[in-house]
Design a protein around this ligand. Sequence first.
Ligand SMILES: *[C@@H]1O[C@H](CO)[C@@H](O)[C@H](O)[C@H]1NC(C)=O
Length: 331
Amino acid sequence: MSYPSVSFRFALFLSFSLTASSSSSSLLPPVPFFSKRYAPSSSIPKATPSDLLSLLASKSQPLTVNPVVARQLKSCFKFLVPFSPAMPRHRKLGMAALTGPSRREENELVWFPPEPVLELARLAVDSGGDSAAIHRLLNPTVIPVPDVEGSNKDRCQLTRTPYGRRFVCEELNLYLQFLFELIVNRGPSVGLDVKLNRFDLFHGHLFLAVDSGRLGILFHAKEYPEYDKQVFPYNMGFCQRGSNVTYDDSMNLRNILWLAPLPGDSKDSWVAPGVLVVLDARADGIIYRDLIPDYVKYARTIYEDDLGDVAVDVNYLNVGSETQNYQIFIC
Ligand SMILES: *[C@@H]1O[C@H](CO)[C@@H](O)[C@H](O)[C@H]1NC(C)=O
């Protein structure tokens, strides 16, 4: 997430809190803004982020997830790579497969990624979700984020910090790149028309979901829809200027989730394959109802912090001037 949208989020939060405190001065009980979110307000069972992760970990339905919730959640999963119930046989696909893989190889790279990605997934769990463990895998050299498609002239800073870093292990950087490209290539198969540019898809949030033992990335496409008096009357700051992303039904598909395979108890065991899925936040679905906070319903944003502890943001930015040149920046 980039800073302008953070401040946008907090500005909204502030205006809600002010409303809440002014209503408390009129002797009404204060409105607990956040605590309402997952609390059962009636007998209708609510979906939680952990339900979502559980369903993506096993084929048989986990007993912890209410069957009604499970059915509704599953109806919102649009898989970019077929959901594979069993761990495929471990086929070692290395660097070579990351550049120019076949469709089958692409699937396998998601189900069972190259060794460094698996090590990262295991490290996430073994470290108890300590993001410092991830940070230590980054090259300490900081790389200033250059102009991205004219962002400088709009005074837009897309990334959390004005500089980024890369993983020491080049295969990890390549894998991230592979995921961005795969989302763009396969998006249309589920109705997601997505482009790699500074208004649409350029970032994801790498998180560690400690309770479920899962490492993942929540990608956000359609980050800055074009301001439009009728359909999107929201000012999101400098980075929205000049946007050519139309606010339409494809906004429902802007949250894309990658999960690394789920590590088992012993060093080499894996209990669930990797996943790449679009989380459909259509207005009549359970994701929209239960997993998207009220104050960003219109933007259809699932928050990464709801899925786990965020370790870093991963950005894939076109920093070329004449010709396209996409680079990874970890911030
Ligand atoms: C939309 O804007 C991006 C970023 O400036 C640009 O790369 C892309 O070509 C534009 N798309 C269209 C259809 O104009």
